[in-house]
Design a protein around this ligand. Structure first.
Ligand code: ATP
Ligand code: MG
Length: 365
């Protein structure tokens, strides 16, 4: 039997409570499907700082590099507001992203029919929505040099950020987009601002070239990012995979999140380059929500975002497509049956806590 090594990094706040529900699923999937998952927990964020004086220890970083996939919870909370900047809880995630080379951030926006009322849009626009925003995560204006504030000496200052993209960075995110589209509805929409940005011109050129050379079976569209943002809220179901840069992806994925209703529902994944020998990508999966210190430790957290992140892991790291489909169907089924945590509670539904929600999903899986 193959063994599949998972590193679980629950982090702070509601991270550990939500992670416990995934551990139930791991046990169930090992038992029923002989999946051979071996999981271990390690610390990240504020809890790692308390134990080791760093937001992730070198030893745990090694575990993450050696794992087949990492499931990350959430980090931070008021307890660690005063810790030194290099050791702040978020530094743990940033180090994981950097050392694991995670350049592709996948943010699905899925609207379960039972929750369509919670969307910012009319029900018919979002009911059954299933789109994927692919954001470039390690380049662009957040990292380009120079990046500085210059004192001009006359009472004026100049703030400088630099948007830089090179061909290889665009090629690898474009390939990831086309590969993902092949497993979905076969359509990619690339968004940039080629009308005002040189990086936009290059982005458009490189995505078009990769498409023509390697993925003629996929439908490719180009949109200016501002028009794309408008179409995303006007008629989101027209999209399948949207691929865009770090800055536009940051904004567009948050907008897409609001189309689906609740923060407690949304998963994400970050993928690295395929290994030259094995073809396997390093990967980290995490719920979009934060550590929610206001409800931590009370058994109130919605574990669905974490469970849906685990479903993405099954799909993308282990090609366990049937199991991922079944897990997503189990989530939809318990929502249809009216089982709700407080954050997604609606009239006529039955309110449950974190553990009961997890148990219901395990039972429906
Ligand atoms: P971060 O900066 O880490 O993203 P944040 O303060 O922006 O954190 P969250 O920690 O995600 O955001 O919390 C925002 C609000 O949403 C809080 O009121 C929190 O209780 C609620 N919330 C977030 N995640 C969940 C969840 N899984 N279940 C229930 N409520 C949640
Ligand atoms: Mg936040």
């Amino acid at each position: 039997m193959t063994t599949r090594k998972l590193l679980l990094l629950p982090g702070d706040g509601i991270g550990p409570e939500a992670m416990a529900e995934v551990e139930k699923l791991i046990a169930a999937i090992n038992e029923e499907a002989g999946a051979g998952f071996e999981s271990e927990r390690a610390l990240v964020g504020g809890s790692a700082y308390d134990a080791h004086g760093a937001a992730i220890s070198d030893a745990d970083m090694t575990l993450a590099m050696d794992a087949d996939a990492v499931l990350f919870g959430a980090v931070g909370g008021p307890k660690w507001d005063g810790v030194p900047y290099e050791s702040r809880p978020e530094a743990g995630l940033l180090r994981l992203r950097k050392d694991m080379g995670l350049f592709a951030n996948l943010r699905p926006a899925i609207c379960y029919p039972a929750l369509a009322e919670a969307s910012s849009l009319k029900r018919e626009l979002v009911d059954g929505l299933d789109i994927l925003i692919l954001r470039e995560l390690t380049g662009g204006v957040y990292f380009g040099e120079p990046k500085e504030i210059i004192d001009l000496g006359n009472g004026q200052k100049r703030g400088v950020d630099t948007q830089v993209y090179e061909t290889y960075e665009i090629e690898r995110i474009a390939r990831a987009a086309f590969e993902l589209a092949r497993t979905r509805r076969g359509k990619v929409t690339s968004m940039e601002k080629r009308n005002v940005m040189k990086t936009g011109v290059l982005w458009n050129e490189v995505v078009t070239a990769v498409h023509g050379r390697e993925y003629p079976d996929i439908a490719l569209d180009h949109m200016l990012a501002d028009a794309g943002g408008m179409k995303l809220v006007q008629n989101p179901k027209q999209f399948d995979v949207i691929v865009t840069d770090n800055l536009f992806g940051d904004m567009l994925s948050d907008i897409a999140a609001m189309l689906t209703g609740s923060l407690g529902m949304l998963p994400s994944a970050s993928l690295g380059a395929p290994d030259e020998v094995t073809g396997k990508r390093r990967a980290l999966y995490e719920p979009v929500h934060g550590s929610a210190p206001d409800i931590a430790g009370q058994g109130l957290a919605n574990p669905i975002a974490m469970i849906a992140s685990f479903a993405m892991m099954l799909r993308y790291s282990f090609e366990m497509v049937a199991e991922a489909d079944a897990l997503e169907a189990a989530i939809a089924a318990i929502l249809d049956a009216g089982t709700r945590t407080g954050d997604i509670m609606a009239p006529g539904c039955r309110q449950v806590g974190t553990a009961e929600m997890g148990d219901a999903i395990v039972a429906a899986f």
